[in-house]
Design a protein around this ligand. Sequence first.
Ligand code: CMC
Length: 391
Amino acid sequence: SGYVTLDLGYKNTGATTSNITFLDGEKGILRYRGYSIEELADKADFLGVSYLLIYGELPNQTQYDKFVHEITHHTMVNEDMRKIFDGFPVNAHPMGVMSSLVSAMSGFYPESYGSNNDKDVDLHIIRLMAKLPTLATWCYKKSQGHPINYPKNKLDYCSNFLHMMFGLPVEDYEINPVVAKALNKLLILHADHEQNCSTSTVRLVGSSQANLYSSISAGISALWGPLHGGANQAVIEMLEAIKADGGGVQKYLDKAKDKEDPFRLMGFGHRVYKNFDPRARIIKKAADEVLEALGIDDPILDIARGLEEAALNDEYFIKRKLYPNVDFYSGIIYRALGIPVNMFTVMFAIGRLPGWIAQWKELREAGQPIGRPRQIYTGPKERPFVDIADR
Ligand code: CMC
């Protein structure tokens, strides 16, 4: 048929039905499988929430124990993956490295592709959930010139990540429970967000029946961009720049408002939330708590608060319903936890992984057709070929 509706950025196009995440942008409501984000962030743990997203229900004790046990016992990565990893330059951005390594994983589990690639999906899910944090910590260790730290099976998911990140083979690393708890909360808050750019990417790639590893690798690439997950890194860089510039926020507000200037207030605005981002509220509170518990006084937090207040009272931001989003305060917590700026978006990816998996699985189980948007052609009309000598 010749009739095509144009919707740039898919602002009003529903690409799928889904029973995973409910989001009401006007009211600031976010629920995973019917459970409010506030309650989950407060009462659940990240792997329990991951199970909920992927399998549809909160796990009972037996299901939970099995899920956690399996993830814990798949955290080691095939040593041959190290050869691929070692080939990256030391200053390669971890998001590019992560996306490549996840894609490479398909080669280590060839049963994931081919005509019958829905076989063993649960095992691929476990492997991805288990190994993504391990791969992430490789990137950090390499940037420090340190040997990688192997996972420890006796540790829980977040503690194990902290151990691999900050522990050294030569001494025990003491895990601060405040840090592990904060990390758990951040991962839960990032775990799914319906049809955002990276999730839609995962679904689109998955719709061609590409394997789970390739689909997730594509999601990581999409998340990397500064308008999406990369915003958490961009926020801290912006706050640092404001600090170096004397700490005044007005100049940056004016820059953000200036339509001639491409600068945007990073961590502000959202395609769907038009009143507030419920995740930002929880994270702002958590940032206060974490910094206090760790005894950290970060001048950047004051700048962030000042910027938020100034923006919320500014006509430009009020009129366009621009509020702090999930990325505005998350970087401040990551920094307090000792996670370097170029790893922020990697943290987002670790958090978003169960959401991507759940959405990929839902698409496949629903047997949805391949995704294939249409276009409105605006190029030249038919014209005769011009010989190279005549151009
Ligand atoms: N600073 C200044 N102006 C802004 C901003 C901002 N951060 N965000 C939107 N606007 C303006 C924009 O210029 C436009 O103004 P006008 O109507 O005069 O042309 C209006 O607000 C609507 O913006 P839009 O670009 O049409 O909105 P969108 O839904 O396409 O974009 C967004 C949403 C999140 C990409 C955008 O708000 C933005 O670029 N924010 C900064 C980057 C950021 O924080 N991203 C993280 C998003 S949340 C987590 C995630 O998705 O990963």
